[in-house]
Design a binder for this molecule. Structure first.
Ligand code: NAP
Length: 252
């Protein structure tokens, strides 16, 4: 049974892994045996050290995950470094908060570019490589509770993450025939930079904690089991599905 979750000799490309959920998932994939290609705009040395501690290799690619032209370069660099790719985790994401009535075009475009447009074009570059390699592959996108709910003061984030849920299904429909599993994880309210503003707001923080059945904010470590499952043979017949890792938020 353990073999089904074993990622030994697999190469995982993960975007935005210098911190937060991306770092947690990079470490989990390394613990399961994968070598990691970390794609970041900021210094990933703390993640690199954690991956190496697991006895796995870490190749750093410095790239801006808002520019479509970088997608092919990232995959090509991963292949040059480790010879192939097996797993893609589209984790890099941003959020902008403002009243919808005042929301700017810039805050709309910046968020949509990183959170959904790049998810598509990174996945496309990865899928082309998997087809060229004649191997199987696993794509895992990072969705959100706002793939299901409206949210407050985050119209572009909600639109982008709702888009990620649909895009996950859409890509799964076309690429299952090539041996590519496309799935997503929808994290609940997790303690990272992304939610610092919410956690700093005592009123909102109490309100949010009050409706999480598990009674706590999630952590990067809570992503470990689900990411290894969706990256491994254990999920070979799972396509186009989004798993909520939310302490029960959606069940409430
Ligand atoms: P985070 O700590 O802010 O991490 C976001 C990551 O994305 C960072 O590594 C960040 O790099 C990177 N990134 C953003 N824009 C980039 C760009 N243009 N180029 C390269 N990297 C870029 O937040 P997180 O919570 O771990 O978020 C990870 C993912 O989970 C995001 O997609 C987020 O939307 C999603 N999510 C988070 C929660 C939550 O409660 N925390 C809930 C649902 C979904 P820098 O460090 O350089 O900014």
């Amino acid at each position: 049974m353990q073999d089904m979750f074993d990622l030994t000799n697999k190469v995982a490309v993960i975007t935005g892994c210098n911190t937060g959920l991306g770092q947690g998932m990079a470490v989990a994939l390394a613990q399961a045996g994968a070598d990691i290609v970390g794609v970041n705009r900021s210094d990933p040395s703390s993640t690199q050290a954690l991956v190496k501690k697991q006895g796995r290799r870490f190749h750093s690619v410095i790239a801006d995950m808002s520019k479509v032209e970088t997608t092919k370069l990232v995959i090509d660099e991963a292949v040059t470094a480790f010879g192939k790719v097996d797993i893609l985790v589209n984790n890099a994401g941003i959020i902008r908060r403002n009243d919808s009535i005042d929301f700017t075009e810039e805050d709309w475009d910046d968020v949509m570019d990183v959170n959904v447009k790049m998810v598509f074009f990174m996945s496309q570059a990865f899928a082309k490589q998997i087809i060229a390699q004649q191997s199987t592959g696993n794509i895992i996108n990072i969705a959100s509770m706002l793939s299901y709910q409206g949210g407050i003061r985050v119209p572009s984030y909600t639109s982008s993450k709702s888009g990620v849920l649909g895009l996950t299904r859409s890509m799964a429909n076309e690429w299952a025939q090539h041996g590519i599993n496309v799935n997503a994880i929808a994290p609940g309210y997790m303690a990272t930079n992304n939610t610092q503003a919410l956690r700093d707001d005592e009123g909102r923080s109490t309100e949010i904690l009050g409706r999480i059945p598990a009674g706590r904010w999630g952590t990067p470590e809570d992503m470990a089991g689900p990411i290894v499952f969706l990256a491994s043979e254990a999920s070979r017949y799972v396509h186009g599905y989004t798993i909520a890792v939310d302490g029960g938020w959606l069940a409430r």
